[in-house]
Design a protein around this ligand. Structure first.
Ligand SMILES: Cc1ncc(COP(=O)(O)O)c(C=O)c1O
Length: 246
């Protein structure tokens, strides 16, 4: 079984140019939309036997990705936890790690949340979530955050400084950034370590089996990002409602 794990450098394929060949280096893969990004990652990353835990209010595209993927066909499963309820999430993780230990098995646990929820308009407790995952002494819990509704409203998203520290930001396995909402253009990207990007290029069906995003979309996204970089897009400061979640 092909698992999502950091490859040993001597087996990592590709260039060994002086520019570096670090499989953990941050990279991104651009898709036509946030929908295809989520379907691509959620159908590709979890392997049969892995466990997916996601917030009950997660976007439809995550459900569709899981339906297309391998999860549920093996021993693993996809389960929801009540909205923003970290106690329930902690219990589910603990139970699963105990089962893994008892049965001498190893599986990856993927945790899926949005940083701001579209219907409720509330934020996920990202810092507490990162702290929670950090309390488990395993590298097998991978947090994936959909930043569709925080991009440009909260700078580059709530998983990025100044909302979290650099150290905390590095604990997020994948962040989905979409450009069709506040930025007002089209397209989306998943920001992930390079080894995971290489995996998606080879496995994500919505990336492989369709026409690439248009050059117009790429130019529009570049311009939108310039607006963000040069400070013309004023980030909304965390209101009392948002800060309550932290
Ligand atoms: C949380 C979330 N993720 C992803 C998407 C899909 O993004 P896009 O419109 O770029 O396909 C949406 C759109 O409604 C969304 O609300």
């Amino acid at each position: 079984m092909y698992t999502i794990s950091r490859p040993a450098s001597q087996t990592f394929p590709g260039s060994t140019l002086a520019s570096g060949d670090d499989p953990d280096a941050p990279s991104a893969l651009f898709f036509q939309s946030g929908y295809s990004t989520n379907v691509g990652i959620w159908s590709s990353f979890p392997q049969a036997g892995d466990l997916v835990l996601f917030d009950e209010l997660i976007h439809a595209s995550v459900h569709d990705g899981l339906r297309l993927g391998r999860i549920g066909r093996g021993a693993g499963a996809a389960k929801t936890f009540p909205h923003n309820d970290l106690r329930s999430l902690k219990r589910l993780i603990k139970e699963d790690l105990a089962e893994q230990e008892a049965k001498y098995i190893f599986r990856t646990i993927f945790v899926g949340v949005e940083s701001v929820y579209s219907m409720e308009g509330d934020a996920a407790p990202i810092v507490a979530l990162l702290d929670l995952i950090g309390t488990f002494d395993t590298g097998r819990i991978k947090l994936i955050v959909d930043e569709a509704h925080s991009m440009f409203v909260f700078g580059k998203g709530l998983t990025m400084p100044p909302y979290v520290t650099e150290e905390q930001a590095s604990k997020v396995f994948a962040r989905v950034v979409t450009f069709g909402k506040a930025p007002g253009v089209t397209g989306a990207a998943v920001v992930i370590p390079r080894y995971a990007k290489d995996y998606l290029v080879a496995h994500a069906r919505p990336f492989i089996f369709t026409t690439a995003p248009t050059v117009f979309s790429v130019v529009a996204v570049e311009n939108a990002l310039d607006v963000l970089e040069d400070g013309r897009a004023n980030a909304v400061s965390l209101s009392s409602d948002y800060s309550k979640a932290y």
